[in-house]
Design a binder for this molecule. Structure first.
Ligand code: CAA
Length: 381
């Protein structure tokens, strides 16, 4: 068993960390406070090639192993969790799905600009009545001549208000065939697509989560992604991978919360000594470090299985379940160490406390991860 990152992975981690320190640190707080989409930072990520990590070199990407993508998401999440989720959805859901399931003309058209950041992609599966029950969609796609006509309302679309293109899932055909979905690549300028509402959220304010209305939205037949009726399996396959990305986001937020707690504990005094010299605080930090390390092992292991082309559905669900729930506990303990100041907007931990909450909800709730793990166990035993 090898617990060391490769030289390339270390170099990538350093490069992203330098980028984050130089470009993201000075801008993250004001963008987040003003609920602004970080387009400029995404352009810079594109210039560095980091938006093409799931795009093959044939289409101007720099396709890396999945663990490298995980490391990049983790680094970005330490400073700007909103940017991390935009980056993660763009890479592990939008680009990944086209790179894996697209036709060569879809790849030629969409992947090079996506790798450069000229297209920022989103992934739209969820509807108001179909979140966990993801195949129970109401949105329909009906073929008219050489065009698919989409009607319905999609919900909770990460980057929805700012994305240039979407992978949109609909029921297959006008009849509601059980669990059969279609997937389409839909550009924001296609007639009939409208951003109808931007959600007011607890956290991740820069990621612009939206409702999208499709009203006789016309999609050319060549924009069907994958085979007709195979959309559910495309969605669930892509989500298997991207759940490791959400586990990585959990690691980044947890690591930052840990560092903030240590730094506060080293400077704040109580009862004539630093907080860091008080055993109650030392034990909290010990718990945080243990949770964090366990979450990191599960997450890297899931990515490693993926890279070895082994079955990883169960481990991805375990990583997402454990890392997101560990992140809740870690940020809560780190805030507790800050005492009353942790409740103040002056301290970063207050933002992390809000940002972390959604990690056990989006890309499959903790309950869905348990369901996926249970199904895998039933197959195994
Ligand atoms: N990989 C590939 N294919 C899979 C799969 C997997 N891991 N799991 C299932 N499938 C296939 C099945 O074989 C089946 O294929 P066919 O139609 O060809 O037979 C199809 O997918 C449907 O599978 P199920 O019968 O298992 O589907 P189900 O209705 O029982 O649902 C579920 C299973 C696990 C509950 C699933 O619905 C699920 O994961 N729900 C949560 C959805 C989710 O994570 N949503 C997140 C939205 S995206 C998001 O949040 C992104 C963002 O913006 C941040």
């Amino acid at each position: 068993m090898n617990f060391e990152l490769s030289e390339n992975q270390k170099l990538l981690q350093e490069m992203v960390s330098e980028f984050v320190q130089k470009e993201v640190v000075p801008r993250a707080k004001s963008l987040e406070d003003e609920h602004k989409f970080p387009r400029e930072l995404l352009n810079k990520l594109g210039e560095l090639g980091l938006l093409g990590m799931t795009v093959s070199t044939q289409y101007e990407g720099c396709q890396t192993d999945y663990l490298s993508l995980v490391l990049a998401i983790e680094e970005i999440s330490k400073i700007f969790p909103s940017l991390a989720v935009i980056f993660s959805v763009h890479s592990s859901l939008f680009c990944y799905s086209i790179n894996k399931f697209g036709t060569s003309s879809q790849k030629k058209k969409y992947l090079p600009p996506s790798a450069k950041g000229e297209i920022i992609g989103a992934f739209s599966l969820t509807e108001s009545g179909a979140g966990s029950d993801a195949t129970n969609l109401k949105t329909r796609a009906v073929k008219k001549g050489r065009t698919w006509v989409l009607n319905g309302t999609k919900a909770w679309v990460t980057s929805g208000s700012d994305a240039d293109a979407f992978i949109i899932f609909t029921k297959a055909g006008s009849e509601a065939r059980e669990k059969k979905l279609n997937a389409f690549i839909v550009e924001k300028n296609f007639p009939g697509l409208k951003v109808s509402k931007v959600e007011e959220k607890m956290g991740l304010h820069s990621s612009g989560t939206s409702e999208i209305v499709l009203e006789d939205c016309e999609v050319p037949e060549e924009n069907l992604l994958g085979e007709e009726g195979k959309g559910a399996s495309i969605a669930l396959h892509c989500l298997d991978g991207s759940r490791i990305g959400i586990a990585a986001q959990s690691l980044g937020i947890s690591q930052k919360a840990f560092e903030e707690a240590i730094s506060y504990a080293k400077q704040r005094e109580a009862f004539g000594k630093k907080l860091s010299q008080i055993q109650a605080i030392q034990f909290m930090l010990a718990d945080i470090a243990t949770l964090l390390e366990s979450a990191r092992f599960l997450t890297y292991r899931a990515a490693n299985l993926y890279d070895k082309k082994k079955t990883f559905t169960k481990q991805a669900a375990m990583a997402k379940l454990y890392a997101s729930e560990a992140a809740h506990k870690i940020v809560d303990k780190a805030l507790q160490i800050h005492g009353g100041y942790g409740y103040s907007k002056e301290y970063l931990i207050e933002q992390l406390y809000r940002d972390v909450r959604v990690l056990s909800i989006y890309e499959g709730t903790s309950e869905i991860q348990r369901l996926v793990i249970s199904r895998c166990l039933q197959e195994e035993y």
